[in-house]
Design a protein around this ligand. Structure first.
Ligand code: G3H
Length: 238
């Protein structure tokens, strides 16, 4: 049965200091989560221990091409065929990250994957001039912006950055690709704002509520298709 797993990256150095955006590495706790996530998915996807399940790191057979756009289906098919010819076996399992270190690092302890993509479209909401600031610093330096975001979080666009509405638009190729992947298990290692958009789209949640959806740090959302839509289970691997 095909499942979609959503998780935020492990705690980053910027999460610890409360800074927005950036491209920081994982904290010690974040690295521990990346390891626990790997073990959790290994048990889920390879319940009976197998030689493939014991292989360290990502798929040893596939070449992991990177795609930043929607034209990924042909590449995915060719690479899947190549993986099978190379002797890979086990459930089909794709991993999508953003291009930022904290998601790639979080995906570095996973069981063998059929494919791995890093999508720029999955990068975190761009805080523009506020990138690298804490919320307290944003309030102090840009008080009008801070208030405007509080008033209308969906439409507020950071100076030289993005709004949630902007993010939803640039996520369109990713959302369509989720629809395409009907036979593969899929793990998306993402960012809070991004996963709010993905989750809202999958569950048909009104866009006005989207910026407030709770996507826990160090939790996995396991989504299973049913005739009535997606059903959800939440897990905490550590
Ligand atoms: O800065 C990135 C955060 O994931 C977005 O959180 O929209 O609640 O400020 P926020």
């Amino acid at each position: 049965l095909r499942r979609v797993y959503l998780t935020r990256h492990g705690e980053s150095v910027f999460n610890l200091s409360g800074q927005l955006g950036g491209d920081s590495d994982l904290s010690e706790r974040g690295v521990a989560y990346a390891r626990a996530l790997g073990q959790y998915l290994r048990k889920k996807l390879f319940p009976a221990e197998s030689p493939a399940a014991e292989s360290p790191g990502m798929d040893p057979c596939a070449s992991h091409p990177t795609s930043e756009g929607g034209a990924c289906v042909a590449t995915a098919t060719a690479a899947a065929v190549a993986a099978v010819s190379a002797g890979c076996w086990g459930p089909k399992f794709e991993v999508w990250t953003s291009t930022l270190s904290r998601t790639i690092e979080t995906a570095s302890h996973l069981p063998p994957a059929t494919m791995k993509y890093s999508w720029a479209a999955l990068d975190e909401l761009d805080a523009g001039l506020c990138d690298g600031l804490t919320y307290a610093q944003v309030k102090e330096r840009y008080p009008a912006d801070f208030a405007a975001r509080d008033d209308d979080k969906l439409n507020y666009r950071y100076p030289e950055g993005e709004s949630y509405r902007d993010v939803l638009l640039r996520l369109e190729p990713v959302l369509l690709a989720i629809e395409c992947r009907t036979s593969e298990n899929l793990l998306i290692v993402g960012h809070q704002a991004i996963l709010r958009c993905v989750y809202a789209w999958m569950f048909g949640i009104p866009v006005e509520s989207m910026p407030y959806i709770e996507i826990p740090l160090h939790g996995v959302l396991e989504l299973t298709p049913t005739p009535a839509g997606w059903s959800e289970n939440r897990y905490a691997p550590c």
